[in-house]
Each structure stands twice: as structure tokens, then as C-alpha cells.
Design a protein around this ligand. Structure first.
Ligand SMILES: [Zn+2]
Length: 150
């Protein structure tokens, strides 16, 4: 598939030093549309939707954000911590709207697996089915999400 000028702009936004220091692609050499379609196929196999995942991440984010005091235990199974940073991020896909700069860390107390994400990750999953490239700091692998957040 040929890259449109818009695709080129998005690709540039995803590189390190454009909209975030680390960028969103990690070591992944694939195009963002290929990363997205591969993860979409994985979701289909896992019987998950982007909405199911984004709703779940949003629920943990909101609950931890409102607690204000370090880590909290949610539903007796998840230890969640919200660290906020000054500033806002915008969507690299060119949407209007700003996302809080913060990192949510969640540990599943049953299997001890820990993951972290940002409010922008939730938007990129919900709106674009984009879980970031392989090796990216905030890459959220759908199969791991399935094991950890449900
Ligand atoms: Zn967007």
C-alpha cells in the first residue's frame, strides 16, 4: 500500500524526538499501518476489542487518579499506581485533543505481571488500534493485556 502524505506525517510524528522523546515505534521497522493491522488480527484471535481494552485501562486510570495516595488495590486483584507529570501530549495521528502526561503502573497480584501505560496509550488503542511498535517503552502487547487486565 502506498503511503499518502498524511501517512508520512503520522509516521514522522511517531519517530523519537517529534512528539515524545522516545517516540512510539521502538525498534519496529514496519509501517504503523502494518503494526496496527497485525495487532488487530491478534485481537480478533484473542476475542478482544479495542473498546474492551481501552475501557478497562480507563477504569484503572480513573480509579488510581482519584485516589491521590500512591498505590491502591483495585478489585482485590490489581495494584495500581498513577504518577503524574506536568504537561500534556497530543495525538500523533493528528486528532485535536490533549492527553494528560502520566504513567499508570498496574500489577496483577494473581500472576505478578506488571504493565504500564499513559492516558495517550488509551486513546491510541481506542481510536487507532495502535499499541505502539515492538521495543517501544509503552508497547502494550495484546496477549499480555489479556492476561493482566481482565
Ligand atoms: Zn487520535
Amino acid at each position: 500500500m502506498k503511503e499518502t502524505p498524511k501517512d508520512k506525517r503520522i509516521h514522522k510524528n511517531l519517530l523519537p524526538g517529534q512528539m515524545s522523546i522516545e517516540g512510539f515505534l521502538g525498534k519496529d521497522k514496519r509501517s504503523f499501518s502494518e503494526i496496527i493491522s497485525t495487532d488487530q488480527a491478534v485481537l480478533d484471535r484473542l476475542d478482544l476489542t479495542t473498546k474492551m481494552i481501552a475501557d478497562r485501562l480507563q477504569y484503572f486510570t480513573d480509579t488510581a487518579f482519584e485516589s491521590y495516595d500512591g498505590s491502591i488495590i483495585i478489585d482485590q486483584k490489581f495494584e495500581v499506581n498513577y504518577s503524574s507529570f506536568r504537561g500534556k501530549l497530543i495525538c500523533p495521528f493528528g486528532h485535536p485533543g490533549m492527553y494528560r502526561k502520566g504513567i499508570v503502573t498496574l500489577k496483577n497480584l494473581v500472576n505478578d505481571i506488571e504493565i504500564s501505560w499513559t492516558p495517550l496509550n488509551i486513546h491510541m488503542i481506542r481510536g487507532h488500534c495502535f499499541f505502539e511498535g515492538k521495543g517501544s517503552v509503552h508497547r502494550l502487547k495484546p496477549s499480555i493485556l489479556k492476561d493482566v487486565i481482565f
